[in-house]
Design a protein around this ligand. Structure first.
Ligand SMILES: Nc1ncnc2c1ncn2[C@@H]1O[C@H](COP(=O)(O)OP(=O)(O)OP(=O)(O)O)[C@@H](O)[C@H]1O
Ligand SMILES: [Mg+2]
Length: 458
């Protein structure tokens, strides 16, 4: 194999693993490594820092390790690829030439598909190393670090693979790590699907745009659709085992109303989700949203499930703070608790502690009231701007209380009819803005501070 063939194969493997092609620096690192260059020489060639090359290389070796099912690093990558080449030559005899290898079933009539079950190579477990799915993650963000969440990944795997749920809903508040978790999950289950596609609804697209893109990806057709999109898509979900990830679903809900009310122009999404949940097929739709969908809250349908994502546990949250070089002191735990293990808030406040207090957490806590970072404030502001007027009233009242309070107390104070109040509480729960402690309700300390400092409404 010459260097170009190695790069082509590496690109193919990386694309199957991550849904993205090798970028320029990754290519330079691979070429340099195969030519026996040091990281410092590669950095000089690419005109960037040694550290950057080292970080990108380390991620690359990690992805190859997952692909090959063994530890891959700078010193053994050559051997691993040689072994791979040896395996491929054997495969080649029985199947096709290396340039025609198609890891993606039923996507091209011009090249044959290697069936991993038929391969008995001594060095590599083929069912692990030849990814089966055709994957498109081009619409997903590229996150480098991922800590913890082992239990959540286990639960999601069980729901999707064992229980074969047709819709799994992952919900949780702004920045809590839903997207990152779903991306990590895909790495764990990609070989169980024929097609995996990630579609963000960040720009609140019409349903038809989403359906067209899904159908074109799965059926590999570029033509405009003539038959009904729903039936065409469902036909594909029946024929193939697909995992569809729809992220940022909250964008299709109305602002100023109770949670998860579809905006008028997006009402057809509700029927779409119900069809996916009710009709027969072998695929799964993973729905990611800041607001829990109401269809899924009914509990009637056994083919749908939801998972509420809360903050990271202490171990994972600590790793985020360590990455930011904060000094470990007795306030470490207090910081994680106050920011509820929310990775976005922790990253923001850690940067601030570095900028203002040279990494000393205690200095942040010496001020009263506690400093509320403008970037975190902005995120909360986006969240609160979506609330209905009555939700704001309830939240504002909860913010004045030091203890969790009962519905009866809220009823006395707010003078909102009981049925309205119960719906408001349900809605705030769907948004992950309030928590139930026994039968009483409260809001997170940081939200409390935000509401009080902004006087949203008291
Ligand atoms: N388990 C994790 N380990 C390390 N970093 C994480 C983890 N989860 C999330 N992050 C980081 O936290 C930030 C927010 O994560 P993510 O985008 O997944 O949140 P989200 O819940 O999808 O947010 P949104 O509601 O805005 O879509 C990202 O920078 C991500 O890299
Ligand atoms: Mg997200």
């Amino acid at each position: 194999m010459d260097i170009q063939e190695i790069l082509n194969l590496a690109d193919h493997l990386i694309f199957n693993q991550t849904g993205k092609h090798l970028d320029d620096l990754q290519q330079v690192i691979l070429r340099g490594t195969f030519q026996g260059k040091k990281y410092s020489e590669i950095a000089q060639e690419f005109q960037c820092t040694n550290g950057h090359v080292r970080d990108v290389a380390s991620e690359l070796w990690k992805t190859f390790s997952e692909t090959f099912g063994e530890q891959v690093n700078k010193s053994n990558i050559r051997t691993v690829f040689d072994r791979w080449q040896f395996s491929i030559q054997h495969i080649e005899k029985d199947f096709v030439g290396i340039k025609n290898i198609n890891f993606c079933p039923e996507t091209s009539s011009s090249s044959e598909t290697i069936n991993p079950e038929n391969l008995t190579q001594p060095t590599i477990n083929k069912s692990q190393t030849i990814p089966k799915a055709k994957i498109d993650l081009s619409d997903a963000p590229d996150y480098k670090k991922f800590y913890g969440r082992t239990q959540k990944i286990k639960t999601l795997k069980k729901l999707i693979l064992q229980e074969q749920k047709k819709i799994v809903m992952l919900h949780g508040m702004n920045g809590i790590g839903k997207t990152a978790l779903a991306l990590q999950l895909i790495k764990n289950i990609q070989n169980k699907f024929d097609y995996i596609i990630w579609q963000s609804l960040r720009d609140s697209p019409p349903l038809k745009t989403i359906q067209t893109r899904l159908i074109q990806f799965i059926s590999n057709q570029n033509s405009t659709l003539e038959t009904s999109e729903n039936s065409h898509l469902l036909e594909n979900l029946r024929k193939h085992r697909c995992l569809i990830i729809l992220d940022d679903i909250q964008t299709i809900f109305s602002s100023g109303k109770l949670a998860s009310h579809y905006a008028q122009e997006h009402e057809n999404y509700s029927q779409f989700f119900q069809l996916i949940a009710q009709l027969s097929h072998q695929s799964c739709c993973l729905i990611i949203s800041r607001e829990k969908l109401r269809e899924i809250s009914t509990g009637k349908n056994k083919s749908v499930s939801s998972l509420h994502l809360k903050g990271l546990d202490e171990e994972a949250a600590t790793k985020i703070l360590k990455d930011q070089d904060l000094q470990v002191d007795e306030q470490w735990q207090k910081l994680i608790d106050f920011y509820q293990g929310n990775p976005t808030w922790l990253n923001i406040i850690a940067t601030t502690i570095n900028d203002l207090f040279s990494g000393n957490i205690s200095e942040l806590f010496q001020y009263d009231p506690l400093f509320l970072d403008a970037d975190i404030k902005e995120l909360l502001h986006q969240e609160f701007a979506r609330l209905s007027e009555l939700e704001k009233q309830v939240i504002s009242h909860l913010a004045t209380k030091t203890e969790a309070i009962a519905i009866a107390n809220l009823l006395d104070y707010l003078q909102i009819p009981l049925s309205d109040l119960l719906n408001i509480i349900k809605s705030l729960q769907r948004r992950s803005l309030i928590e139930k402690q026994e039968n009483n309700f409260t809001i997170l300390p940081l939200l409390k501070q935000y509401v009080i400092s902004n006087k949203v409404r008291i």
